[in-house]
Design a protein around this ligand. Structure first.
Ligand SMILES: C[S@@+](CC[C@H](N)C(=O)[O-])C[C@H]1O[C@@H](n2cnc3c(N)ncnc32)[C@H](O)[C@@H]1O
Length: 240
């Protein structure tokens, strides 16, 4: 495991108890998560059972909402302390207690993959690896729901977690919106929906995306890369 991931694993173990005590709108998870519920659930027929995977589910608050709405839930979470909370919050969830970088799952398995406050926990190399995995694990018509914080410039480093009683430093990347969207685009995702929100207690701005796999890049019947080469050749011939 890379050094920064070892630091983060310890940091999230330390933060787990305070995470579990976060007062989500007076204990009402549905109110706190309402914007995501609205964005995500409108895309699914909730009378059917869908397979959802949450990456880095923390204490499992959103998993519980998915599970309450007939989703068959799985999570990848490497913090042992967080896992203890998930077991209580969302007892029907299948938990893969591993570093996501080491996880191999079946292709085309999930209707929904969720990454809340997760993708910015990785350096760019690992983020690309994760997006590549998500592209494989997600079904062709599946959705990938993401939220991350908004920043003027892209930077990375060890930052202290704000609003925690103990001093907790962990690695994180702060993404500029355009840079983040370019990474998604390069990984073969298209944005279908997005919304912004800010935290009441902290000066933190968030952006959430619902993305899909880019069908054009996916479809082997449309050899775009070859097409580009062919167009290039035709152009060259015209020039001659
Ligand atoms: C910032 S917290 C977000 C938790 C939750 N998604 C939320 O929105 O409240 C990031 C979570 O991802 C987990 N995590 C970070 N890096 C991971 C990795 N490499 N593999 C698996 N889980 C990881 C952490 O343990 C932590 O629970």
């Amino acid at each position: 495991m890379k050094e920064y991931l070892k630091v983060n694993k310890k940091a999230y173990d330390c933060a787990a108890e305070e995470y579990s005590q976060k007062d989500l709108f007076g204990g009402n998870n549905y109110l706190f998560y309402q914007p995501w519920v609205d964005m995500i659930f409108s895309k699914y027929d909730l009378t059917k059972r869908h397979a959802a995977l949450e990456l880095g589910a923390g204490t499992g608050q959103f998993l519980k909402i998915l599970s309450d709405n007939r989703f068959k839930t799985t999570t990848i979470e490497f913090s042992s302390k967080m896992v203890e909370y998930i077991k209580k919050t969302s007892p029907h969830t299948l938990i893969i207690k591993k570093n996501i970088i080491d996880v191999i799952l079946k292709n085309d398995e999930y209707d929904l993959i969720v990454a809340m406050a997760f993708l910015h926990c990785f350096d760019e190399e690992d983020l690309k690896t994760i997006l590549n995995k998500v592209g494989k694990w997600l079904k062709g018509d599946g959705y990938f729901a993401i939220c991350t914080t908004l920043h003027n410039i892209t930077e990375e480093g060890y930052f202290e977690k704000q609003d925690y009683q103990r001093e907790i430093f962990r690695y994180r990347k702060k993404w500029n919106k355009n840079d983040f969207e370019r990474i998604l685009d390069n990984a073969g995702f298209v944005i279908v929906d997005e919304f912004f929100h800010s935290e009441i207690t902290k000066p933190k701005a968030w952006v959430s995306y619902l993305v899909k796999k880019n069908k054009v890049l996916e479809n082997p019947l449309i050899p775009w890369h070859n097409l580009n080469i062919k167009l290039g050749i035709i152009y060259q011939v015209f020039l001659i």
